[in-house]
Design a protein around this ligand. Structure first.
Ligand code: GAR
Length: 222
């Protein structure tokens, strides 16, 4: 019999549709995946991701930030309390559209990760695909990183680059990046759960990862 190794208990914070949350939930279904989802928490009661999580049999909570007025600290204390109550050890932000203060970030330091739809540090903030098209970059992508209090900042864990194609509009580019997000986020959670990530001098080292073989060149050389 295979020993039942404890899996890392992860919590996911969402505000919307929850497709990255779904990718994490699906990854955790694999018997050998080293993490499990203990709680999905949303600041929006209407977030479509909540229904998806419930359908998957995952515990959910709603903590509406509006109920806390301007008291960010109280909202974040409630978030941490809900996560602790569910036994959460590691937190994944998946389209969670609230900025978090130092207090929350410090409580979960190096156990709090985020996915962002650009190759950070390019295009922090919103409307990343529109801005990438406007800038004329030929490679765009996504980033999973440890969270720091500054927006979309922190040691980078995984990045995927995707090409920007001639007939791209925002929707087509977003869909290509999103498909990459759904591969990157489970990979980052796996690496964290396997204890293969170390933050030193605000850079993330990944233990035991092979070097990628090729450059992604756009347009491709003949
Ligand atoms: C994702 O594209 C994620 O990278 C982005 O929100 C979307 C959520 O989609 N996050 C940010 O922009 C954070 N700065 P999802 O709810 O379907 O996962």
């Amino acid at each position: 019999m295979v020993a039942n190794v404890a899996r890392l208990k992860a919590g996911i914070l969402i505000s919307g549709r929850g497709s990255n949350m779904q990718a994490l939930i699906e990854a955790c279904r694999a018997p050998r995946f080293p993490a499990e989802i203990a709680l999905v928490l949303s600041n929006e009661a209407a977030a479509a991701g909540l229904a998806r999580a419930r359908e998957a049999g995952i515990a959910t909570r709603v903590l509406d930030h509006r109920g806390f007025g301007k008291d960010r600290a109280a909202f974040e204390r409630a978030l941490t309390a809900a996560l602790e109550e569910a036994g959460v050890e590691f937190v994944c932000l998946a389209g969670f559209m609230r900025l978090l203060t130092d207090t929350f970030v410090d409580r979960w330091r190096d156990r709090l990760i985020n996915i962002h739809p650009s190759l950070l540090p390019a295009f922090r903030g919103l409307d990343t695909h529109r801005r990438a098209l406007e800038a004329g970059v030929r490679l765009h992508g996504c980033t999973v990183h440890f969270v720091r209090a500054a927006m979309d900042d922190g040691p980078i864990i995984v990045q995927a680059a995707v090409p920007v194609l001639a007939d791209d509009d925002e929707a087509r580019l977003a869909a290509r990046v999103l498909a990459a997000e759904h591969r990157c986020y489970p990979l980052a959670l796996r690496l964290a759960a396997e204890g293969r990530l170390a933050v030193e001098n605000e850079r993330c080292r990944v233990a035991g990862a092979p070097a990628p073989e090729a450059a992604l060149i756009n347009p491709p050389p003949a």
